[in-house]
Design a protein around this ligand. Structure first.
Ligand code: F6R
Length: 241
């Protein structure tokens, strides 16, 4: 595990963007696993700048997103497909058909999970997986539970996640109760995992995840076993280091 402690969110975003840029520069056809949420927004902004300055080319890149709310259309402003288009894909020279997010409107959830899992395999797995972390230690929407779930699955969100995500909706009732998420296997098989973490409210879960025992009760703790895991966080989030 490599840890970079930065002064603030902007520096964290700059560092993470440079790591992703290095990956894409070295391998034009990289498969990037991507995340939504507040943590990676600054990273996407820096990558957009690099792309618009012609310092970075996404034309051969493939992406697979970690997760999507069940029941939200791609046009819904809180869907993760909308988020990715709005915060990243619409501003870089990536081919739309090379970007993948689970289909929140799939008629058959089981088939959708199977399709997404097969898609990740058919792309040859993930070169670099970008992650945020939930206050309860979730990665993607792999929520705390009795086991680490290996494959893409549909999950009931915990009350703490619904509470944390209600800030994006008009009221808590509108937060979907279920979501699709990539499983732990695809994340752990990624050739590099890069987590961005910011803010003092994430300090405790970061300490539990990376200094505590490896347990499915703290899903991110499994990253201690990854042989190419990079943690980029600001001072507030990594104050325990
Ligand atoms: C989003 C995702 C989630 C978030 C996590 C942190 O695609 O996979 O695990 O990374 O909930 O969210 P923020 O960054 O908003 O604190």
């Amino acid at each position: 595990m490599r840890i970079y402690k930065t002064s603030d969110y902007n520096e964290m975003s700059r560092k993470a963007a440079h790591i992703i840029a290095a990956q894409v520069t070295l391998k034009g056809q990289s498969v990037l696993g991507l995340a939504t949420g507040s943590s990676p927004v600054g990273t996407y902004k820096r990558l957009i700048e690099l792309n618009s300055n012609k310092d970075l080319n996404f034309s051969e890149v493939f992406t697979v997103n970690l997760d999507e709310y069940k029941g939200l259309t791609p046009e819904h402003e809180q869907s993760y497909r909308y988020f990715m288009n709005d915060n990243f894909f619409n501003h870089i020279n990536i081919k739309a058909e090379n970007t993948h997010v689970p289909d929140g409107m799939a008629e058959n959830p089981e088939l959708e999970c199977k399709r997404y899992e097969e898609l990740i395999c058919s792309l040859g797995g993930i070169d670099l997986q970008l992650l945020g972390i939930g206050h309860n230690g979730h990665i993607g929407f792999n929520e705390p539970g009795a086991d680490f779930v290996p494959c893409t699955h549909c999950i009931s969100l915990t009350e703490s996640t619904i509470e944390a995500n209600k800030r994006f909706f008009d009221d808590v009732e509108q937060v979907p109760r279920e979501a699709y998420t990539m499983g732990i296997k695809a994340i752990m098989q990624a050739r590099c995992v890069l987590m961005v973490i910011s803010g003092k409210e994430k300090a405790l879960i970061a300490k539990e995840s990376f200094l505590g025992p490896i347990t499915p009760q703290v899903p991110a703790s499994i990253l201690q076993l990854h042989n190419n895991f990079i943690l980029v966080g600001d001072e507030a989030a990594l104050s325990w280091l």
